[in-house]
Design a protein around this ligand. Sequence first.
Ligand SMILES: N[C@@H](CCC(=O)N[C@@H](CS)C(=O)NCC(=O)O)C(=O)O
Length: 214
Amino acid sequence: MSLTLVLGNKNYSSWSLRVWLLLKAVGAAFDEEMVLLYRDGARDQVRALGGETGMVPLLKEGDLAIWDTLAIFEYLAERFPGVWPADPAHRARARSYAAEVHAGFNDLRAAMPCNTRARNRRAVITPAVEADIARVLQIWETAGRHGSPWLFGALGGVDAMFAPVATRFQSFGVQLTGRPLAYQQALLNHPLMVEWLAAGAAETDVIEASEIGI
Ligand SMILES: N[C@@H](CCC(=O)N[C@@H](CS)C(=O)NCC(=O)O)C(=O)O
């Protein structure tokens, strides 16, 4: 049965980016179906495809519909090696980071919406946003220690989780140094990311709520 990823605008949809990047990184073959987000009827369109929340990403395989990024990651982990590290301790840690991204960093998200083509945006850095950035950097300090630029060896689920954070920091000019900078650049310059970012840059739809900080 073939896989179809129902995804949102590539410029704006951070959760879509995560699943798309992971699918590509593990070598899964899949079709894409885009729903332009926040237009009238967008959620109904996703629901009609089986996404019960009306949100993207949604992964379809025949009649099976899987919504929510972490659920999709775990479904892919059952089918493809490389979603999580092979070492159980690394795997547990990678899942902890991924769960942290999935459940948290809400202040950072709100202050710096995903808008991959945006540059020179200014965010209001409250103490809560500062704390989120500090936590991201603490995790990124551990990148590059397993014989690759990534967090645990090969590019995998945990790195896909952080991919939109790398673009947010680029859009909002968060200054990085050392290992966090190297990790951000490795993400932004990976050929799959370059492909995704080019597609986002070519889109013309504008989601006003994500166009902040100008
Ligand atoms: N918890 C969900 C979050 C999904 C989500 O927030 N998707 C956004 C796009 S990045 C969306 O569908 N927004 C459109 C809407 O809310 O109508 C996941 O992990 O996949």
